[in-house]
Design a protein around this ligand. Sequence first.
Ligand SMILES: [Zn+2]
Length: 121
Amino acid sequence: MTYDSLILKIRWWFLKRKEGLSRTPAGSYSTDRPRLRHVTCRNCGWIHFAITREYAEAEVHRFNTFFRAQTQEVKDAYGNKESWIGEYEFCFVCMQDDFYETPAEDAPRGVTLNPIIYEDF
Ligand SMILES: [Zn+2]
């Protein structure tokens, strides 16, 4: 097994866990727990995963609490700026805020996606 394939396997396993999929005795994956839902940007087509506003606000608060307690050197390593809710409202590619639920066949598996606030499922 090459290093790259090992990394891919670990990332794939991590994403499966993150999406709440559990392994069945037969070796396939079931969706007995809710999995991440995806949304597509209407402007540029980029796919994100959906989170609630409540979760996004908690993430902003959690990061900023951490950030404010850091030294200037650490703050610089984080771009010297606090998090804000807009990071979860706008597509990071085109900065638009209009999304629709991604059809299941469009959502790629095993890739890194960014979170976006979307609660209209
Ligand atoms: Zn976009």
